[in-house]
Design a protein around this ligand. Structure first.
Ligand code: GDP
Ligand code: MN
Length: 387
């Protein structure tokens, strides 16, 4: 799960990470009143969307007085912001963060994430922070310092020094920096983050360290024990079909192709997507209905896939274990009737009650095509979608 910058900064505040004063506004009046309560000008107005790259796209603006704030807030609220991370359709701005401007001496980069290869938590830091960190990572990766923290022993003093040396921090800032990194590490672990990124982490002209941007992603699989964090969920920022799917405990990810596929089990879903590609077509989604899906879930999954306008054909690939083939077939038939199905649907199923399942499909009178095996299924659906 992603959260907004202003929410990440609330967490920062809780963990004593220095950030500029400010607050979030949902309308112009509120923006002006927040700005009026800050210590002076300039004030920074920042679009709150689940994507970075805002600075270069006009989503971060500086205001020198209250009427500036008013004008910027008016323009920004309701605008569609297209950044290099939003995709071509952009994201609608419905919240803005109003913050005290700070005088920047240096822009640094700091992030924390799990490293699968070493099974450790990696902290990355770079002197070359700011809006072009992706270029730095690509062209001059040696400018990024990495330390790998063993989650059992936690972060060590020598590792804090390694980061500080990498950032060429002046020694008077060392203590502040160490405290901040320890707190960030605690925040990361305590809240089950999958990414914490500060870009830029700045040194102000009066020699203070401060986070002026904040990005946090959370591990979805840990949200059950992060009730407070779950309050931060903003469904307006998520794909509407993915939100719908999550209501029925379906694992659905929208993709760019035109073959919808419904599968039980994540591994089988991955394999099915490979087969679709191999047949020369592109999957429109990942959809795992889970091992124990019922007819209602199958019906919802089917409806969600069909409401994606790109979908030109559907492949259902189920191995009937706990989810029996007759239950699946019933769900498919009911859903097809309800939505007035007009797309080709290829069904490949095997396993428990497969004969009953096939009979239900045949007796339905619907135009459902059964496939002999997975390769056959992928071929059939790819051909039909092209035709
Ligand atoms: P992003 O582009 O979405 O990552 O948004 P950021 O929050 O990183 O802001 C982009 C850039 O705006 C930063 O790299 C800074 O250079 C600049 N910026 C943001 N806040 C301030 C501020 O308070 N003072 C100054 N001088 N610049 C700021
Ligand atoms: Mn940034």
């Amino acid at each position: 799960m992603n959260i907004h910058e202003y929410q990440a900064k609330e967490l920062f505040k809780k963990y004593q990470i220095p950030i500029p004063d400010g607050g979030v506004a949902f309308n112009v009046d509120c923006a002006v009143s927040i700005a009026g309560e800050l210590s002076g000008f300039p004030v920074i107005v920042k679009a709150q969307i689940h994507a970075g790259g805002r600075g270069k796209a006009g989503g971060v603006k500086l205001a020198n007085n209250l009427s500036d704030v008013k004008k910027i807030a008016k323009d920004m609220l309701g605008m569609t912001l297209v950044t290099n991370q939003t995709g071509p359709n952009g994201k609608k701005v419905s919240k803005i963060l109003i913050e005290s401007g700070v005088n920047i001496d240096k822009e640094l980069y700091l992030s924390i994430l799990p490293d699968r290869a070493s099974a450790k938590i990696v902290l990355m830091a770079s002197l070359a922070g700011g809006m072009d960190i992706e270029t730095v990572a690509e062209e001059t990766p040696e400018k990024i310092v990495k330390v790998y923290v063993d989650p059992l022993s936690g972060i060590q003093a020598f590792q804090l020094r390694q980061l500080a040396f990498g950032l060429e921090l002046p020694s008077p800032l060392m203590r502040q920096f160490s405290t901040m990194v320890r707190n960030l590490y605690d925040l990361f672990v305590m809240n089950d983050c999958s990414l914490l990124e500060i870009n830029p982490l700045i040194i102000t002209t009066d020699e203070r360290i401060m986070a002026i941007d904040a990005k946090i992603n959370l591990d979805d699989n840990a949200l059950f024990r992060q009730k407070e964090i779950l309050e931060y969920r903003d469904v307006d920022e998520e794909d509407p079909l993915e939100v719908e799917a999550s209501k029925y405990q379906l694992n659905y990810i929208k993709m760019d192709g035109n073959i919808g596929n419904m599968v039980n089990g994540a591994g089988l879903a991955m394999a099915t997507m490979d087969m679709i590609k191999q047949a020369g077509a592109e999957p429109a989604n990942f959809l795992d209905v889970g091992g124990g899906a019922n007819a209602e879930q199958v019906e919802n999954a089917f409806r969600i896939m069909l409401s994606d306008q790109n979908v030109k054909g559907i492949l259902i690939n189920i191995f009937g274990g706990i989810l029996r083939c007759d239950v699946l077939a019933t769900g498919v038939v009911e859903a097809s009737r309800k939505v007035g199905l007009s797309l080709p649907v290829v069904v490949r199923m095997e396993g428990t009650n497969v004969d009953e399942g096939r009979k239900i499909l045949e007796d339905s009178g619907l135009n459902l095509i059964t496939a002999t095996d997975l390769a056959d299924a992928a071929q059939k659906v790819a051909q039909m979608a092209q035709a």
